[in-house]
Design a protein around this ligand. Structure first.
Ligand code: ADP
Ligand code: MG
Length: 514
């Protein structure tokens, strides 16, 4: 009896497990060489020829266009990691792949998938306890936050020279949006502009929008500005004119033109009389109106995108005005300084010191499009980890030290676990070792030797990482070098890797409809 269509494909039992595990592992392997400060970058070329050069695990996996369903789950691990904590995506993917590899070995030894799953869950619980124990006692102050930012950015094409400057900018940005209700991460914008060195990256206390003044004679800088957002066209609506007038004489034509002129003059007068200093309109502004406004010293922007209008409204507190009659002080927002400037041929408007919300923008500069793009991702990650660290107030040693501590703890507790489950718990510890092993491999060291040395040092001093400091790579206490990661990044990586690996291990039947 057939219960499925003839076109469906079905793989069962060990074949299904093996093929899923292989696919998951292959994906995880693909990002391995990018891990850590000496990780390499990848160049991803889309079918349309677009090029992305990146070191970011989540970006690589996303751009790879993976189809295999089990492999797709690794991509989801990286995505979850990115969404939840903003960093640690490569770590999470690599650990998942190694958990799968270990699972494959256990299956070979006839350990039942259910036993593997139970063992992995048990080990993951122990791992989370170990992370709790690794949390550093010191306060998460600006210095520590700067270290968190810098650890997350090293190896990300930021160029070693600027990482500390960028870290400071990132911490500044997050501090600005840290209020009574915690960090409002959405209030930190990142705006990129090609055409200077990355060290020119700076923090703007406000927002930047891609808009240019409606008229060249308008002021380029207004201090202490009343700001309005107008959703009205400041021009003669073409539709109206064509429909209403049928011109039969010169007099009529003049009358029509006069009417038009006075309508336009009326707009300019209404706006100028309202006392507003800066107007953002989401519609057109007629050149004659723009010129009149320029004469009155009003700075106006036309065809402002609705997303920019929203940003301006939330920063300055301006209400959206849909009828010029409503344009008065009640509707105005306020900003300390509105100014415009041209960068690499692009006109930008800066709205700084908005009265309504503490919004800041990291104005990212860099030599080329690719540099700026990668910098934007690195800064995005750094903003996320600093926010994560500040919110939870918990950081742990980086450079593989926390992973060494996790594996050590799992191995010592495994001794007390009965039966074959113990094999799975120990296998989990072996999988966690992939982080220090990969950091070693990526710095050109022998992973086995490094692992042995790290364990010995952990045993004697309680903390050991493979620290990269400039040209030097050594086994040392990462905290002394300021290499720390948010505890939540480690927790999320353990949890999401366990979830994905156990889910894939449990599958023994793959049915695909054609
Ligand atoms: P992920 O996508 O997992 O964040 P990264 O390439 O950002 O991958 O590498 C993160 C790892 O690199 C973390 O384990 C972190 O502690 C470690 N790390 C960061 N800076 C250093 C350093 N200077 N020396 C050694 N390890 C470092
Ligand atoms: Mg990182």
């Amino acid at each position: 009896m057939f219960i499925m269509s003839e076109d469906s494909q079905r793989t069962q039992g060990r074949d299904a497990q093996s093929s899923n595990i292989m696919a998951g592992k292959a994906v995880a392997d693909s990002v391995r060489t990018t891990l850590g400060p000496r990780g390499m970058d990848k160049m991803l070329v889309s079918s349309g020829g677009d090029v992305v050069i990146t070191n970011d695990g989540a970006t690589i996996l996303e751009e790879m266009d993976i189809e295999h369903p089990a492999a797709q789950m690794i991509v989801e691990v990286a995505e979850t990691q990115e969404d939840e904590v903003g960093d640690g995506t490569t770590t999470a993917a690599v650990v998942t792949g190694t958990l799968l590899e270990e699972a494959e070995d256990l299956l070979e030894q006839d350990v039942h998938p259910t036993t593997i799953v139970e063992g992995y869950h048990e080990a993951s619980r122990i791992a989370l306890e170990a992370v709790d124990d690794e949390v550093l006692g010191e306060d998460v102050d600006d210095e520590v936050l700067g270290q968190v930012a810098e650890s997350s950015m090293t190896g990300k094409g930021t160029g070693g020279l600027t990482a500390d400057v960028l870290a400071e900018t990132v911490v500044d940005a997050i501090r600005h949006v840290d209020g009574d209700d915690g960090v409002v991460r959405e209030n930190v914008n990142v705006h990129t502009e090609v055409g200077a060195s990355s060290s020119a990256t700076e923090l703007i206390e406000g927002i930047i929008v891609d808009e240019e003044p409606a008229h060249s004679e308008m002021p380029v800088s207004v201090e202490d500005a009343d700001v309005a957002i107008v959703d009205v066209e400041l021009g003669v609506r073409t539709g109206d004119v064509d429909a209403e007038y049928s011109i039969e004489s010169i007099d009529q034509l003049n009358a029509a033109l006069d009417a038009e002129e006075s309508e336009l003059a009326g707009y300019a007068e209404t706006v100028a009389d309202s006392g507003v200093d800066v107007v953002f309109t989401t519609e057109d502004v007629d050149d004659r109106v723009a010129s009149a406004l320029a004469n009155e010293g009003v700075l106006a922007f036309e065809n402002v995108s609705s997303s920019d209008a929203r940003k301006i409204a939330s920063a300055t507190g301006a209400a959206r005005v849909g009828d010029l009659d409503d344009l008065d002080a009640d509707a105005f927002g306020h900003a300390d300084h509105v100014h415009t400037d041209t960068y690499a041929g692009e006109d930008l408007a800066f709205v700084e010191g908005g009265a309504a919300a503490e919004t800041v923008t990291v104005f990212v500069r860099g030599g080329t499009e690719h540099v700026v793009d990668e910098l934007e991702r690195a800064i995005g990650d750094a903003l996320d980890v600093v926010a994560t660290a500040l919110e939870s107030g918990e950081v742990v040693p980086g450079a593989g030290a926390t992973e060494i501590a996790i594996a050590d703890r799992i191995r010592s507790e495994a001794a007390g676990i009965e039966g074959r489950k113990q094999l799975a718990v120990t296998a989990f510890a072996d999988a966690i070792d992939i982080v220090p092993r990969t950091l070693a491999a990526n710095t050109g060291q022998d992973p086995i030797d490094v692992l042995v040395d790290l364990r010995a040092e952990h045993e004697s001093s309680g903390r050991a990482g493979l620290v990269t400091d400039g040209e030097d790579v050594s086994i040392a206490d990462p905290v002394e070098y300021g290499i720390v990661d948010p505890a939540d990044v480690k927790r999320e990586a353990v949890e999401s890797a366990t979830e994905a690996a156990t889910m894939i291990t449990r599958i023994d039947d793959v049915i695909s409809a054609e």
